[in-house]
Design a protein around this ligand. Structure first.
Ligand code: G3I
Length: 334
């Protein structure tokens, strides 16, 4: 028994200190029926007590940031590891959180062995991957980012091994299979840079209208990766035109990058940008949720991948609230 206590104490010490208390009402309580989510990193969720506590207290939805991507699930053909994603799904179940399945078909982080496939072999591999993922999770994943970032900035379909080897019908083919495999799940197409009115969002609207007409699409995910240049023109109008198709909308990956250093003026500006993102959703009945792409600057893709940029999220490296956190609370409260 003594050994178990020692191990438990050691494990707790490794988990770090508890989360600092965040002021005011938790975001998930302010959001009412809407889901307020965050991208989560399974390793941090398991290894850092403060991160885990904030995820459970503040958010009613989670998106595995990387653990469900094909390159992570099956880096070598047949070498499948779903355990990291499973652990996130189990933790979310305990916390009463909805899990967004992210993502089944994406041009990026395609396993190298898939990139080399041609014709029917590629098609079989894609449909097999979709079958495995959707079959494995079943009703545990109520909403899927079925296809991610399928459109180029010029409004043409983005080049990918899927487009080259399966043709432009790959999008419908994948949606049709997922609909057949999991009729109860809500199926989304998710896009970056389609937040305002532009050639990419025009094409997204065309694809969404077609898929919706065939009974294959339930929602559109607008990622909303912004910076201090602010919100693109027509953001609210863009949400409206997807809503008019009878679709759900979700803000799926909101963050607001800052050119470092993050001065008080820049943090105040960031808070205003976050406020507008949240108000655009809460004033649009079809907008069912907002997911932030990480909630602490300590774990954000922005600072990891964009030199000179950072401080993109609601909480600082120290997990204490930035002006953006308070702005989101106020915007949710109306
Ligand atoms: O896990 C490996 C590690 O074993 C290895 O040592 C290390 C160095 O190569 O790489 C680690 O994997 C990295 C992974 O993040 C986990 O940290 C990948 O290289 C890196 O490319 C990956 O970046 C992710 C990126 O998508 C590409 O998948 C970011 O964390 C993630 O925030 C970002 O999220 C995307 C959305 O999925 C789609 N929309 C855009 C958004 C931002 O790019």
């Amino acid at each position: 028994m003594a050994l178990l206590v020692v191990v438990a104490v050691a494990r707790d010490r490794d988990q770090g200190p508890p989360a600092p208390a965040l002021p005011g009402t938790p975001l998930r309580e302010l959001a009412g029926e809407r889901r307020i989510g965050t991208a989560v990193r399974g390793d941090v969720l398991e290894g850092t007590r403060a991160y885990r506590e904030i995820v459970g207290t503040q958010f009613s939805a989670v998106t595995p940031e990387n653990e469900m991507k094909w390159a992570f699930v099956e880096p070598e053909r047949g070498d499948v590891d779903l355990e990291p994603a499973d652990r996130i799904v189990r933790a979310a179940g305990k916390a009463g959180q909805e899990v967004r399945g992210h993502t089944l078909v994406w041009f990026f982080q395609v396993p190298p062995w898939v990139e080399r496939l041609k014709g029917a072999e590629l098609r079989d591999a894609v449909l097999g991957h979709v079958q495995r993922m959707v079959g494995h999770y079943g009703d545990g994943i109520p909403v899927w980012d079925v296809v991610n970032e399928a459109i180029a900035d010029d409004g043409q379909l983005r080049d990918s091994v899927f487009l080259r080897e399966m043709g432009p019908g790959y999008i419908e083919d994948v949606f049709r299979l997922v609909r057949q495999l999991t009729p109860k799940a809500r199926l989304y197409i998710n896009e970056i840079g389609a937040d305002g009115i532009n050639p990419k969002s025009d094409k997204l609207l065309e694809i969404a209208r077609d898929l919706k007409g065939k009974g294959l699409l339930d929602g559109v995910g607008l990622q909303s990766h912004f910076n201090l240049k602010g919100i693109p023109d027509g953001y609210e109008e863009n949400l409206r035109r997807f809503a008019e198709l009878g679709l759900e909308i979700a803000i799926t990956e909101a963050d607001v990058g800052i050119g470092l250093p993050a001065t008080p003026d820049k943090l105040a500006h960031q808070a205003r940008v976050y406020r507008r993102i949240v108000r655009a959703c809460v004033t649009q009945p079809a907008c069912k949720g907002i997911t932030f792409w990480g909630f602490s600057d300590r774990w954000s893709w922005i600072s990891e991948t964009q030199p000179g940029q950072g401080a993109a999220t609601l909480l600082g490296d120290d997990l204490r609230p930035k002006p953006a956190f308070r702005a989101v609370q106020r915007a949710l409260r109306g």
